[in-house]
Write a protein that binds this ligand. Structure first.
Ligand code: NAI
Length: 719
């Protein structure tokens, strides 16, 4: 059999077949239809070979095994039958791997996800190299679909139902060690072994498993994974209990917004009891067909494309220069945000030097960073030793010592413009000329801070969200003099530290995300004043898909912070952002929200409940007569309106930035594809019509933005 057509290379060594996947013209291996067809042909030929003792599967790309199936191929499927057929075709190919008359061994190095994992699950044995790049899992659920090339059938049969569901329902990706502990892979190859030796290790393993004792030992280890649950899973009643629980947990989490989770459960449940795996595979294919045509899946695929586009965006159109690298970071202010930022730097192996007004404040920042690392240690994502090494990267003092050789300063001191200007002027004289100065301010003008220095071109906003380690978004804000080089460097840096950046083109109040959110929060506050209850409002918006309701969010953000932001937005944009003084009164009474245990809710340990006494602070006007849909519209439509104004002002470059910002900065429901994708789906006509009705009922603030009116006229959409 002579090798190489498109993707595969085949060689024989000592009666062992070695199949290397290396798709030409691609950076990563992807299981597109042509690649699957080629594999299919290879497998037919291999099946008739009597000389082979085993087959070893490798990737020809360093640090990438198989990144999955080609997403574009499912994007346009609108008939569930077509989806099912596509799955059945993939299943048939992988079925041929499972049916080969000799043992098959996959040697994984790098991403082995989705269809990639399903392929190796059809092999008899899996080895994985313990490198940072190795990531193993079934992320299909994140695209609103279920694994359709056998994943929902083979994984539970290999590692048990509960462990398999943990992969399938969360879409989590794990490293080689965790995959080994879960029983997904049979052996971990230490990362010291270079790629060139993987083949030799595969060959060694193939020779080892020629002995039946060795084979039995390997298989026995997988089943030792968790004897108790395995016992439960073998029993039909035990399984019922298990699936009932999983269903309840899933619904509590998805609130029914993510149908793929229920379909995945159904596939595992119905398939597992089938003696013949082929019966299970039929069920899987049919359910994949159902999932792939849902609007939820279509929206999630679009969100995926948005994030891919962010990865490619340099932040400035047609910029050809290189991004500046930042190897040592200064962090000004060791408070809530400063501590979080220092942790994020150390997490990314960057030395961070903190400065605050006294050592006690610096110590607090260190403690905050240590708490985040500790959490990772508790979850066994990090060893205590690794934590120690990371913490050693953070240092601090009450003066600017150690700032002379930093490349980037991130300022996170108190939100007072005069203080910030003074600090910017001071530090400007100490920093090396190439250093960039970024402010984490959530509301103050970057341009004014920049002008306090002699390097205004090297000053920009770098706005993280709280909590820093968890929130994926950063806004990069251009001041009037900020240079393209500064923006490009901060964009590249943000990606390097694992964040999703959007560029805000103008230094205007609330930047993008807090401004749009401000319109939403202000309206929620007004409905409270009109007499809606806290429970009604919060449950209406959670039902819409927000991660928490707006009143709950006041408590999370801090009512004092929310009040301050609302004043800034009202000053800049007028009445539509007005809070009518309610928040100020609540703050005066000493209620700051979750951080001091009382706000709209009372917090006791992990529990919270609405505090009836809070209504004494809400000047109830008693007119509220809306239902959940009205509450949702009154909160969400002003966000669309505000976003349309932001686009018209050129605050961001494109609608995608709004959707990225709202999904990753506020948790706007991804299953809706983003704020503006939602507007498009509902129809601009409908949005304008509804805004006009609301304006008639409640006033000018709902008046449709000019941009929306133009879009309605010309029949345009955001996308
Ligand atoms: P914080 O009050 O927790 O921390 C501020 C720290 O700055 C304190 O430790 C204070 O001692 C220190 N500080 C004050 N003057 C200083 C000076 N001259 N030199 C060095 N340190 C000084 O405040 P937080 O919440 O961390 O906010 C910091 C910045 O981050 C503000 O600009 C805020 O607007 C922004 N921000 C806050 C978010 C939040 O959710 N808290 C979210 C995003 C941005």
């Amino acid at each position: 059999m002579e090798a190489h057509i498109l993707a595969f290379r085949f060689e024989v060594e000592d009666n062992l077949g070695i199949l290397t996947l290396d798709t030409s013209n691609e950076k990563v291996n992807i299981l597109s239809t042509p690649v699957m067809q080629e594999l299919n042909k290879f497998l037919d030929e291999l099946n008739s070979r009597t000389d082979l003792k085993a087959l070893i599967l490798l990737s020809g790309k360093e640090g990438n095994f198989i990144a999955g199936a080609r997403i574009e191929e499912i994007e346009n499927i609108t008939d569930p039958k077509d989806g099912a057929e596509k799955a059945a075709m993939g299943q048939a190919v992988f079925g041929k791997i499972a049916a080969l008359p000799f043992p098959t061994i996959a040697v994984i190095d790098g991403a082995c996800v989705g269809g990639g994992l399903e392929l190796v699950l059809a092999c008899d044995y899996r080895l994985a190299r313990d490198s940072e790049k190795t990531r193993i899992g079934l992320p299909e659920i994140r695209l609103g679909i279920i694994p359709g090339f056998g994943g929902t059938q083979r994984l539970p049969r290999l590692i048990g139902i509960q462990r398999a569901l943990d992969f399938i329902l969360t879409g989590k990706l794990v490293d080689a060690q965790r995959a080994y502990r879960a029983g997904v892979v049979d052996r971990v190859i230490p990362k010291e072994f270079p790629m060139q030796q993987l083949r030799r290790l595969g060959v060694g393993f193939a020779q080892e498993i020629q002995s039946s004792a060795a084979r039995e030992k390997i298989v026995a280890r997988r089943n030792r994974a968790n004897p108790q649950t395995l016992l439960l899973e073998k029993n039909i009643f035990g399984r019922k209990v298990l699936f009932d629980q999983a269903r309840r947990r899933t619904l509590a989490e998805t609130k029914g917004h993510y149908p793929a989770a229920e379909l995945a459960l159904e596939a595992v449940d119905k398939g597992f009891s089938k003696k013949d795996i082929n019966d299970g595979l039929k069920i899987e294919a049919e359910l994949l067909g159902k999932a792939v045509v849902t609007s939820v899946s279509k929206n999630l695929v679009k969100v995926f494309y948005l994030t891919e586009a962010v990865k490619k965006d340099s932040g400035v159109e047609n910029y050809s220069g290189a991004a500046q690298e930042f190897n040592k970071i200064g962090v000004l202010g060791a408070g809530l945000m400063g501590g979080g930022i220092a942790q994020l730097m150390a997490h990314n192996d960057l030395p961070a030097r903190m400065k605050d007004i006294n050592l006690a404040a610096v110590a607090k920042g260190m403690e905050a960073a240590a708490r985040v690392f500790n959490e990772s240690v508790k979850r066994r994502r990090m060893t205590p030793k690794e934590m120690q090494n990371k913490m050693a990267l953070i240092s601090g003092s009450a003066d600017y010592s150690g700032f002379k050789n930093v490349d980037l300063v991130i300022e996170a001191i108190v939100e007072i413009l005069d203080v910030k200007k003074k600090v910017f002027a001071e530090i400007d004289t100490l920093l090396p000329p190439h250093a960039i100065l970024a402010s984490n301010t959530s509301s103050l003008p970057i341009t004014e801070m920049a002008r306090a220095t002699k390097r205004p071109d090297k000053v920009a906003g770098l706005h993280f969200f709280n909590p820093v380690h968890r929130m994926p978004l950063v806004e990069i804000i251009r001041g009037t003099e900020t240079s393209d080089a500064t923006v490009v460097s901060l964009v590249a840096f943000s990606k390097k530290i694992g964040k999703t950046p959007i560029v805000v083109m103008k230094d205007s109040a609330g930047f993008l995300v807090n401004r749009i959110l401000g319109a939403y929060m202000a309206e929620a506050g007004r409905m409270l004043i009109e007499g809606a209850t806290i429970e009604q409002l919060d449950s209406a918006l959670v039902e819409f898909g927000m991660p928490m309701g707006p009143i709950n969010l006041f408590d999370e953000v801090g009512i004092d912070v929310a009040a301050k932001v609302s004043h800034i937005l009202e000053n800049a944009f007028g009445g539509r952002m007005a809070g009518d003084g309610m928040l100020d009164k609540i703050v005066e009474s000493g209620r700051l929200g979750k951080k001091n245990g009382k706000g709209f809710y009372i917090y006791e340990g992990k529990n919270k409940k609405v505090d009836p006494a809070i209504y004494a602070f809400i000047p109830k006007t008693g007119k509220f007569d809306g239902n959940a849909a009205e509450m949702q519209d009154r909160c969400v439509l002003p966000m669309i309106n505000e976003a349309a104004m932001c686009l018209a002002e050129g605050l961001v470059r494109r609608p995608a930035d709004v959707d990225i910002g709202m999904i990753f900065g506020t948790g706007f429901p991804p299953f809706r594809g983003g704020l503006l994708r939602y507007a498009d789906a509902r129809g601009i006509d409908n949005i304008v019509g509804k805004l006009e009705t609301l304006a008639g009922k409640y006033g000018e603030r709902f008046k449709p933005a000019e941009r929306l009116m133009e879009m309605k006229q010309s029949g345009k959409k955001f996308y």
